[in-house]
Design a protein around this ligand. Structure first.
Ligand SMILES: [Zn+2]
Length: 149
């Protein structure tokens, strides 16, 4: 499937805003921001994933520099990240660090407007950041890219 770049960009900036509000040590925030930036890049360049509200199945294509044969398969959500092809945990997750797989899960959660997590604590389900708040911002973005090409 193809990712809408402008929507992904909005999801990315929303996730960074959200990250700033989190009560996390600065170095972890930095790592999350880096993971989110990498996730954004990968989702555009290698949109090989299957999204479900509970978990994201995503393929990581090794760069040419590594001698690894085949791809890595990860299943990530807010709480955990594990390797599906090796039946183990994601290395970064295992070491207690943010990884881009989980960041990708969070980005796509915003991207697809999945708000079920909020609906349980009384928040109305009409919250739809992509459609309402961000549409005015999207339009100029789309226009400039169209003119450039
Ligand atoms: Zn991971």
């Amino acid at each position: 499937m193809n990712i809408n770049h402008a929507h992904l960009e909005v999801a990315f900036s929303l996730s960074i805003d959200e990250l700033k509000k989190q009560n996390l040590p600065a170095h972890l925030k930095k790592r999350w921001a880096r993971a989110a930036a990498k996730a954004k890049e990968r989702l555009v360049e290698q949109p090989f994933f299957a999204w479900q509200p509970q978990a994201l199945l995503i393929v990581s294509v090794p760069s040419d520099a590594t001698s690894e044969i085949g791809c890595r398969f990860y299943e990530a959500n807010e709480l955990t990240c594990r390797r599906v092809d090796k039946s183990g945990l994601c290395e970064a997750f295992f070491e207690g660090f943010p990884c881009w797989h989980r960041a990708a899960f969070l980005l796509l959660k915003i991207y697809f407007g999945e708000t079920s997590a909020n609906s349980s604590n009384g928040v109305e389900n009409e919250f739809s950041p992509l459609e309402k708040n961000c549409q005015p911002k999207l339009t100029p973005l789309v226009d400039t890219s169209a003119n450039r090409s």
